[in-house]
Design a protein around this ligand. Structure first.
Ligand SMILES: [Zn+2]
Length: 387
């Protein structure tokens, strides 16, 4: 049986990316216009993250994300939605799709044409990955045990005969419902007035209420650090979701685990559809290997996440610095290498302090409070390590 691997060679410009805008207020941002859009359904609004221009030789380095960073989807999901964080990520790992826009920069004598991706496109991609990863973390539960049903009830909701994914949680859900209702009332009143069934008087008032509700929703959304609500009907009576028997069981028990699994597979099936090639290659020893080759970095990160969910790769989070790292080949490894041996040494120092306080008769919770450590971390330290 040929061994299976993910494979992507992704070029990153040596001189990096930069931000461009139509009318920059920041002198470091190039002035640009958008010329062309590849594909559809992407946010084309500025600012744009631009690569070095087409038609000139610009040095690139090739990265192998599946080899070098099999946990990259976790880092991507945790990326702040800011221009600085996105620029730093792109300069390290490259663009998401190789540019889905062409942008002309006019700040030099000759205009230059650049492959580009909008800030909104990046933010939506991060938000989607974050919502999917969060769903998976709730499904696998803390420490890989049972699903976290209380957590799932926050984001999986039954509404009559349908079940929805609402990753923004209950408070935003209320805002969202109010906005929809206000818009519906305003729309109905406008229609009645247009048909001459009522006077146009109340319409402007209702429209103002709807606009206020929309503004409030946008404000709550940004305060929650989100770019979109991400709500989605997972399955309903007419949908081709689960089998009728399974659906009936879900509906009677108001199950949240089954629908969450269905939502997770919807993420994968949509993100990966038509974007991966299968190749057979010879490895250095002459044996056959099967390669799954995603068309771009974004698809590659969804494939990495797919490998995590299906158990092909094993990832762990460093208890000290919270960095994700790959433990597929070294399942006993507890601490990351991102800081050399730093996290292991830090844990050892923290463990000594915790044990000293424990020896004075303090409880683990008191120890945590006194040292300013997370209680879970203290429990971990006290049950791990030698001597
Ligand atoms: Zn660490």
């Amino acid at each position: 049986m040929a061994e299976l691997e993910g494979w992507l060679e992704w070029a990153v410009p040596e001189h990096g990316f930069r931000w461009a805008h139509e009318a920059p207020d920041d002198p470091a941002t190039a002035r640009a216009t958008m010329d062309f859009v590849y594909g559809r359904d992407c946010d084309v609004r500025p600012p744009w993250l631009i690569a070095p221009p087409h038609g000139e030789r610009h040095p690139t380095r090739t990265t192998l994300p599946f080899k070098e960073a099999p946990e990259l989807h976790r880092r991507f999901a945790g990326l702040p939605l800011t221009k600085d964080a996105i620029l730093a990520f792109a300069n390290e790992f490259g663009s998401l799709v190789g540019g889905n826009l062409v942008v002309t920069v006019v700040d030099q004598e000759m205009p230059t044409f650049h492959p580009a991706e909008s800030l909104g496109f990046w933010q939506w991609a991060i938000q989607d990955m974050r919502d999917a990863v969060h769903l998976w973390d709730l499904l696998r539960g803390d420490g890989g045990g049972e699903p976290n049903v209380d957590g799932l009830r926050e984001v999986i909701r039954w509404e009559g005969d349908r079940v929805e994914h609402f990753p923004a949680g209950s408070s935003l859900r209320l805002n969202h419902t109010q906005t929809i209702q206000a818009q519906k009332f305003a729309g109905e009143a406008a229609l009645e007035a247009a048909l001459g069934k009522s006077s146009p008087g109340p319409v402007s008032h209702l429209e103002r209420t709807a606009a206020e509700a929309r503004a409030k929703l946008a404000e709550t959304l940004s305060r929650a650090g989100r770019v979109h609500l991400g709500q989605r009907i997972i399955a309903g009576l007419q949908s081709n979701g689960p089998s009728p028997a399974l659906w009936a069981h879900w509906r009677t028990t108001k199950d949240v685990v089954g629908p969450a699994r269905l939502r997770l597979l919807q993420f994968f099936n949509e993100e990966l559809a038509g974007k991966i090639d299968v190749q057979l290659v010879l490895d250095s020893g002459g044996s056959l290997r099967t390669r799954l080759v995603p068309k771009d970095l974004l698809t590659g990160m969804w494939l990495m996440f797919f490998f995590e969910v299906t158990g092909k790769t094993k990832l762990r989070r460093c208890p000290i610095c919270r960095t994700w790292f790959d433990v597929t080949r070294s399942p006993k490894k507890t601490f990351c290498d991102s800081h050399g041996a730093g996290c292991r040494q830090k844990a050892s120092r923290m463990r000594k302090k915790a044990r000293a306080l424990l020896a004075q008769g303090k409880s683990p919770d008191q120890v945590a409070q006194e040292l300013g450590f997370d209680p879970d971390l203290v429990r971990f330290l006290l049950t791990s390590g030698h001597g």
